[in-house]
Design a protein around this ligand. Structure first.
Ligand code: C5P
Length: 222
């Protein structure tokens, strides 16, 4: 049974999308709702873990018994993750992180000009998960791969490059999966190359399956 099986463990979950400011009123964002990450945080807390949820802006309520830290940008999320990392046992990185941010953030609202085009130069953001993977010691590290093409190949590359224990791959274009859906259709890929395909199920059930795997990996390592 799952009841209380995460007691004594600290679980860090990231969720929702990050926002990168352009000026005081505008940002570059993405379609992540936060549902998958909030479901992981909720189930981990229900199973007895001490849960830290680091979230980008989301309309969702913080689940009971979850400590939440709200962030906006990728750099803010990185700082919050690094501050917590040494003390946690399991990291589930469900956030949709902006890979680029506008180079210059205007201090005043950018006014419409006569030009027909506006150029916004973007700089690469740090990869939080890769940074955590490079610093990994005792943690079980689980990432997500939201893809629109070549799902398995892209996900497999990420497990290796980011030094993950497992990646949760989903095709965000499939019906009943991806952004804002209450269900998801995912595959688990492991560092050793194994793949496990799950049928369509509610995100809370996917969350429990992810936590089952993280706990199993942790026990096998001990
Ligand atoms: O961007 P990519 O598809 O490689 O994202 C896969 C995983 O990496 C996700 O778990 C995501 O949260 C994480 N990620 C990150 N920092 C980034 C980009 C992605 O932590 N800058």
């Amino acid at each position: 049974g799952r009841e209380g099986d995460l007691r004594g463990l600290k679980v860090l979950v990231t969720a929702a999308g990050t926002r990168e400011p352009i000026d005081p009123v505008r940002f570059v964002g993405n379609r992540s709702s936060g549902k998958m990450g909030y479901a992981v945080a909720q189930m981990a807390a229900e199973r007895g873990a001490e849960v830290l949820l680091i979230s980008g802006p989301s309309a969702l309520a913080v689940p009971p018994n979850v400590k939440a830290v709200q962030v906006e940008s990728t750099n803010e999320m990185l700082e919050a993750c690094l501050a917590a990392y040494d003390a946690v046992d399991i990291v589930i990185k469900a956030a949709a992180v902006a890979d680029y941010r506008p180079r210059d953030v205007a201090d005043q609202k950018i006014k419409k000009k006569t030009d027909d085009a506006l150029t916004v130069v973007m700089d690469k953001n740090p990869d939080i998960l890769k940074t955590l993977g490079a610093k990994k010691t005792h943690q079980v590290l689980v990432g997500f791969a939201a893809e629109t093409q070549n799902l398995l190949a892209n996900a497999r590359e990420k497990v290796v490059k980011k030094n993950l224990d497992m990646i949760v791959a989903n095709d965000v274009t499939a019906a009943g999966a991806g952004f804002n859906s209450d269900t998801n259709i995912v595959k688990f890929l492991y560092a050793n190359g194994d793949v496990c395909e799950l049928e369509q199920m509610p995100k809370v059930d996917v969350a429990n399956r992810i936590l089952d795997e993280a706990l199993r990996i942790r026990r096998e390592r001990a």
